[in-house]
Design a protein around this ligand. Structure first.
Ligand code: A2P
Length: 328
């Protein structure tokens, strides 16, 4: 896809965040108008970018990047006899972070895109393949297929109303990359001139989704810095797996002064586990993004394990105006 808007087009600013325009009782029927594999074809995992037509509905031009939409699995994925993971038909709807800018991939707000990885596993006892219901429903969908969607939901992982006078450090693991793709499209199509970093962690180099798009941004914009952390192929200084927090550490010289600036925002999206390493680093570098809970010292925090009862207090100590997270 062309990441830069057509020259003649004037894009409106992002709309106010609307929520729950569609609910499980009143879903919208969207149509699949685009689908492409976004991890390397040689990978045994399957990640798809799926574009949904939302024309004629209330969501058109009204969702914000950073929000999620719900998808209702149908067909064989809605059949309790079909082998699905985690008894995942319990609540039926699954939420997915939006991956397109508020203008959609069509620049007119008539589409919304998702980034979805097929969840596939084996039943430990029987060896049977088991499938995540919603992810496989979405990745199976062909052009022209219909899909019931709900939402949008979420108001806490958005770009600021005027996104330009800020700097950004985006950190993603796996499909947590979805919102950052849309955020970067929004920023660079509005003339963003601040500093933006994207640190992206995946297990193998075949799993770097949207890699070409991010490389293109970094070629065209010297103020965009793109780093990957390939956990099972690269090593950190201690010889262990290389995670996003190790990349942050490596770039400390540039990131410390940037993160200390009040106008810099840090966004984390993906595995909850990454918070542990990143928060410790943020304390170590005195980023100001986390306050010290009463009675705690930076040294005591460095010694904590994820199971420490006090870790809960650390989790809650973030500056909610500057550190945003969508972790699971
Ligand atoms: P690994 O699985 O090698 O331990 P995906 O969602 O596609 O599996 O990618 C998630 C990425 O996040 C993987 O590279 C995974 O590494 C990595 N990861 C797992 N645990 C943590 C953690 N505690 N901190 C940072 N990254 C993590």
């Amino acid at each position: 896809m062309n990441l830069q808007k057509p020259d003649q087009l004037t894009l409106p600013p992002a709309p106010p965040a609307a929520v729950n325009l569609y609910t499980p009782k009143n879903p919208f029927t969207a149509t699949v108008v685009g689908r492409r594999r976004i991890n390397d074809p040689s990978s045994p995992n399957f990640c798809w970018h799926v574009v949904l037509d939302i024309r004629g509905g209330q969501m058109e031009g009204r969702y914000r990047i950073g929000q999620s939409i719900g998808v209702v699995p149908e067909g064989r994925f809605n059949d309790p006899k079909f082998n699905v993971m985690n008894r995942s038909l319990d609540s039926k709807i699954r939420l997915y972070s939006i991956a397109s800018a508020c203008w959609g991939d069509d620049w007119r707000g008539e589409t919304v895109s998702l980034c979805v990885k097929r969840e596939v596993d084996e039943n430990e006892e029987t060896g049977e393949l088991v499938f995540g219901a919603a992810s496989n429903f979405i990745c199976d969908a062909q052009l022209g297929d219909r899909m019931q969607i709900t939402g949008p939901v979420g108001k806490s992982f958005l770009l600021p109303e005027n996104p330009l006078p800020h700097h950004y450090v985006f950190v993603a693991t796996g499909t947590g990359i979805a919102p950052f793709r849309g955020m970067l499209i929004e920023l660079f199509n509005q003339g963003f001139a601040g500093e933006a970093w994207l640190i992206f962690g995946v297990p193998y180099s075949t799993e770097v989704m949207y890699d070409e798009e991010f490389r293109q941004w970094s070629q065209n914009h010297p103020n965009f810095h793109y780093r990957t952390a390939i956990s099972r192929e690269q090593r950190n200084r201690e010889g262990g797996k290389l995670y996003v927090q190790h990349r942050l550490e490596e770039e400390e010289e540039r990131l410390i002064p940037l993160l200390r600036r009040p106008e810099t925002r840090l966004y984390l999206c993906g595995l909850k586990g990454m918070e542990f390493g990143i928060y410790k680093w943020l304390y170590r570098i005195d980023s100001g993004l986390l306050s010290l809970p009463p009675g705690m010292t930076v040294e005591a925090i460095q010694a904590m394990t994820r199971e420490s009862p006090d870790w809960m207090k650390v989790e809650k100590a973030r500056d909610k105006e500057r550190l945003f997270k969508e972790t699971y």
